[in-house]
Design a protein around this ligand. Structure first.
Ligand code: DC
Length: 226
C-alpha cells in the first residue's frame, strides 16, 4: 500500500496492543516505528539505578533533571539503549512498570522525552505510540488513533505475554497495576491521557490483529485516496 508522508499518532490505555499494532502497520507501510513509552521506561530505569526514585516512588526531581542532561537514550538494533547498553528487557520488568507512571508525571521528564520524539518525527513517515502523541507531541499529526479495550481483556493479554517470557504472573496483580497506571496517566497535570478531538477510536476488545490492520487500511484509503 502506497501511503503518503504522514505521521500516524496512536494513543490509548496501557496494554491495548498499541505497540504491536503500531509495529505491524509501520512495517506494512514502510514507516519508522517509535515507542514513546520505551523512553519513559528508560528514564525510569535510569532513575531507579541511580537512586533518583525510591521504593515509595518519591522522586528527586532536581537531581533527575540535572542527570538527564547527559542521558543518551535512543533506539537501536533490538530496541531501546542507554549509551551502548541495550535496556529492552529491563524496561519491561514489573519494577519499571510500577514506577514509570509517577516518573511520567514529572514535567521535566515529559519535556525531555517530547524533544526526542519531535526530532524523530521531523522526517514524517513515522508511527508513534504513547499517551499524548496526538494531543501534545504531534497535535498536527495527519492521522490520530485512540486505542482502548476492556480492562480484564487487557490484563489477560499482558499476563499471557509475561507468562510466555517465563515470568510468574498473577492476573489480578496485572489488572491492578494496569488500572493504577490508567488512573495516573489520565489524571496527571502534565499532558494527561485524553482522546484528541480528531482521533478515531479503535476498541479492539474483540478484534484480531488482522481485523485491525484491515480497519486502518480502509481508513487510509478513504482519507488519503490510496
Ligand atoms: O506504553 P507503555 O506502557 O510502555 O508506557 C509506559 C508509561 O509511560 C505509561 O504508564 C505512561 C507513560 N507514557 C506517557 O506518559 N506518555 C507517552 N507518550 C507514553 C508513555
Amino acid at each position: 500500500m502506497q501511503v503518503p508522508d504522514i505521521i500516524i499518532a496512536i494513543d490509548g490505555y496501557s496494554s491495548t496492543g498499541k505497540s504491536s499494532f503500531a509495529k505491524i502497520i509501520a512495517n506494512e507501510f514502510g514507516f519508522l516505528y517509535l515507542d514513546s513509552g520505551a523512553l519513559y521506561r528508560g528514564v525510569t530505569l535510569f532513575a531507579i539505578e541511580n537512586g533518583y526514585i525510591d521504593e515509595a516512588c518519591t522522586i528527586d526531581v532536581p537531581a533527575l533533571t540535572e542527570a538527564m542532561e547527559n542521558l543518551d537514550i535512543h533506539f537501536g538494533k533490538g530496541g531501546t539503549y542507554i549509551g551502548e547498553r541495550c535496556i529492552e528487557d529491563e524496561i519491561r520488568s514489573l519494577e519499571v512498570a510500577g514506577k514509570v507512571s509517577p516518573i511520567a508525571t514529572v514535567a521535566q521528564v515529559r519535556d525531555f522525552v517530547d524533544r526526542k520524539l519531535r526530532e524523530f518525527g521531523r522526517m514524517k513517515r513515522v508511527v508513534m505510540d504513547g499517551r499524548d502523541i496526538g494531543t501534545t507531541v504531534f497535535p498536527d499529526a495527519e492521522l490520530k488513533l485512540f486505542m482502548t479495550a476492556d480492562p480484564m481483556i487487557r490484563a489477560q493479554r499482558r499476563a499471557d505475554e509475561m507468562i510466555a517470557k517465563g515470568d510468574q504472573v498473577d492476573v489480578e496483580e496485572v489488572l491492578k497495576n494496569l488500572q493504577e497506571r490508567d488512573y495516573i496517566d489520565s489524571h496527571r497535570e502534565a499532558s494527561p491521557l485524553t482522546q484528541a478531538e480528531d482521533a478515531l477510536v479503535l476498541d479492539n476488545s474483540h478484534m484480531t490483529m488482522e481485523d485491525q490492520v484491515e480497519w486502518i487500511k480502509n481508513i487510509i484509503k478513504e482519507r488519503f485516496g490510496c
